[in-house]
Design a protein around this ligand. Structure first.
Ligand code: PEP
Ligand code: MG
Length: 591
């Protein structure tokens, strides 16, 4: 039966595909695709872990004291029976062989399917066996963890591998053909996991939680595929393999759509593709307004390879390389100097002589390292206000020096801007500059060559926006991180869907801070960029131009649409109008 679920529209477009549920009641399970050549090995890994649990339970049963209650032995029998259950075994094989899921993901997916069947049983005794199944699956997962294979995302072919269906007797709710688009439905996806999925072919994303500028939403947007976050109980309501339409413009999901609805959305999807093709023609057009102002459209990237997409859409540089993505998803093992240097150099070379702004690591808050590293940020109750970004870096000088040396070395290969996130205090600025000098001295002592960098600070804490003179004294340029600036000005958690309606980029206080920052930079002849999500939002392009902004940094997928707005704009007229907007009680209503 068709039904709809509402959430937040975070990445535009329409996706139509079958649901792949990665939500699991079994806690922290890694999800990745294994390469086609590795599926047999992965099935063997699942089998070895299951057999180990069978042995474990058999041993337990054998060692039971004579006077142990009968129920315990009966319970172990049930567990053994569940472990031998064909539906579980064949289902796991199926998900690995046909969908190329890793063993943990295959097991939890099959668990969810069987658990739903238990839920629907009339008989209370049978219904309660779900808890036993969960215990059994948890045991297997524990074994898998012990013998875990490294996280290895498969290449492009991973998720869509076709091939004949091996088993037919199981009701896996699947079509015979696997060659259909897939949409990912999850309670939440960590930014590090999103990076894994970046390599796969998901046509869309849905999560129960998250706000418009949560990092999961940002990564979805960078992949340029439709996404809806904050869809509350979507992962409970949608079942494995349901057909789902994701309307990323309206923030709506339609589950199990009727043929008429499918046809309508199919039409809209094709219209969207045509619009994209039209925008593509602007690739080589310089971004100059009608009144002759040249506007700089830069790219935000997460990984060095993202420069390919940036160059493809005609970005004139990278305005924000979120270097923390090199640090995540590595079980807490941080990249060393050489690894980082090679990654930064790759990004610089990828931009073919255009400038690259590398932001020092911004770990913490909704971008944790995936495994607790035993640092304070892992236990703080309010991580957005805790040890994140530059605070995290300054708390670990050797780690920070390693990153600074790597960036300085890479700067020998092109124009590099070094950008520091989340600064608020003069003492933090001084410490950062002193560590930068120290990093240079270390390289000098080693005789290692390095290049010059322009130095920039992010304005993303209101305190920074209110003490611009301090920042402009020490830095060559500023970059306004509106995602955090809004969060901290309005006291709205950017990742919390329950307050997403109050997360307002057009609040007069936010616009006032942005306007003052732009004006002051212009007055002092310093560069200023907006690199938060506001820069890529076409509804705000005219306003930002009117406020005097001439440099925008956004995901490559947004550049051409913003360029279209720029080409139609007259900054002289917009300046007068922006003043009116700034003075309004409800600026958003004037856009
Ligand atoms: C911002 O806060 O606007 C920003 C660009 O940084 P991030 O989104 O990575 O916190
Ligand atoms: Mg930020």
């Amino acid at each position: 039966m068709t039904f709809s679920v509402h959430g937040l529209a975070v990445s535009r477009g329409i996706a139509i595909g079958r649901a792949v549920l990665v939500a699991s009641s079994l806690g922290d399970v890694t999800h990745y695709f294994v390469d086609a050549s590795q599926t047999e090995q992965e099935i063997a890994r699942a089998r070895v872990s299951r057999n180990a649990v069978v042995d474990e339970i058999t041993r337990l049963q054998h060692d039971l004291p004579k006077d142990a209650p009968q129920e315990i032995s009966a319970l172990l029998d049930v567990h053994l029976m569940l472990l031998q259950d064909e539906q579980l075994i064949n289902g796991v094989k199926h998900w690995i062989a046909e969908r190329h899921y890793n063993a943990e993901w295959a097991l939890t997916t099959q668990y969810e399917l069987i658990a739903r069947q238990f839920d629907e049983m009339e008989d209370e005794y049978l219904r309660e066996r779900k808890a036993d199944l969960e215990q059994v699956v948890e045991r297997i997962l524990r074994h898998m963890k012990g013998a875990a294979s490294p996280m290895q995302p498969a290449g492009q072919g991973g998720v869509r591998a076709g091939g004949s269906r091996k088993q037919s007797q199981q009701d896996l709710l699947l079509d015979d053909t696997m060659d259909v688009p897939l949409v990912l439905v999850a309670h939440d996806v960590a930014p590090a996991d999103m990076l894994q999925f970046k390599q796969s072919l998901f046509a869309g994303f849905v999560t129960d939680v998250g706000g418009k500028t949560s990092h999961t939403a940002i990564v979805a947007r960078s992949m340029d595929i439709p996404a809806v976050v904050g869809a509350r109980s979507a992962s409970q309501l949608i079942q494995q393999d349901d057909w789902v339409i994701i309307d990323g413009d309206a923030g709506v999901l339609i589950v199990d759509p009727s043929p008429i609805i499918l046809a309508e959305y199919g039409f809209q999807q094709r219209q969207g593709e045509l619009e994209r093709e039209r925008l593509n023609r602007l690739k080589h057009t310089p971004a100059i307004t009608m009144d002759g102002q040249r506007i700089e459209l830069l790219a935000n990237i997460e990984l060095p390879d993202d420069t390919l997409g940036a160059v493809k859409v005609g970005a004139v540089g990278v305005g924000l390389f979120r270097s923390e993505f090199l640090f995540m998803g590595r079980n807490g093992k941080l990249p060393d100097e050489n690894e980082q240097y090679l990654a930064y150099r790759k990004a610089i070379e990828g931009m073919q002589g255009l400038p690259v702004t590398i932001r020092t690591v911004d770990i913490g808050s909704d971008k944790p390292l995936d495994k607790p590293a035993g640092r304070a940020q892992d236990v703080h109750l309010n991580p957005a206000m805790g040890l994140r970004a530059i605070r995290w870096s300054l708390a670990d000088p050797p780690m920070f020096l390693t990153q600074l040396r790597a960036i300085l070395r890479a700067a020998a290969y092109g124009q590099v801007n070094l950008l520091v996130p989340m600064l608020a205090h003069a003492s933090e600025i001084r410490q950062t500059l002193s560590l930068l000098d120290h990093a240079r001295a270390q390289l000098d002592n080693r005789g290692t060559p390095y290049g010059p960098v322009r130095l920039g600070a992010m304005i993303e804490i209101p305190a920074a926006a209110l003490t611009l003179r301090l920042f402009l004294k020490y830095f060559d340029f500023l970059s306004i991180g509106t995602n955090d600036l809004i969060q901290y000005t309005l006291a709205i958690d950017r990742a919390d869907e329950s307050v997403a309606h109050l997360y307002d980029p057009c609040h007069p206080a936010v616009l006032g801070l942005i306007a003052d920052t732009i004006t002051e930079c212009q007055r002092q002849g310093k560069g200023v960029t907006v690199c938060g999500e506001m820069a890529g939002d076409i509804r705000l392009t005219r306003l930002l131009l009117g406020l005097g902004l001439r440099s925008f940094s956004m995901h490559p997928s947004q550049i051409l649409a913003v360029k279209q707005q720029v080409l139609r704009a007259d900054t002289g007229k917009l300046k007068l109008w922006a003043r009116e907007v700034l003075e309004s009680e409800e600026p958003g209503a004037l856009l």
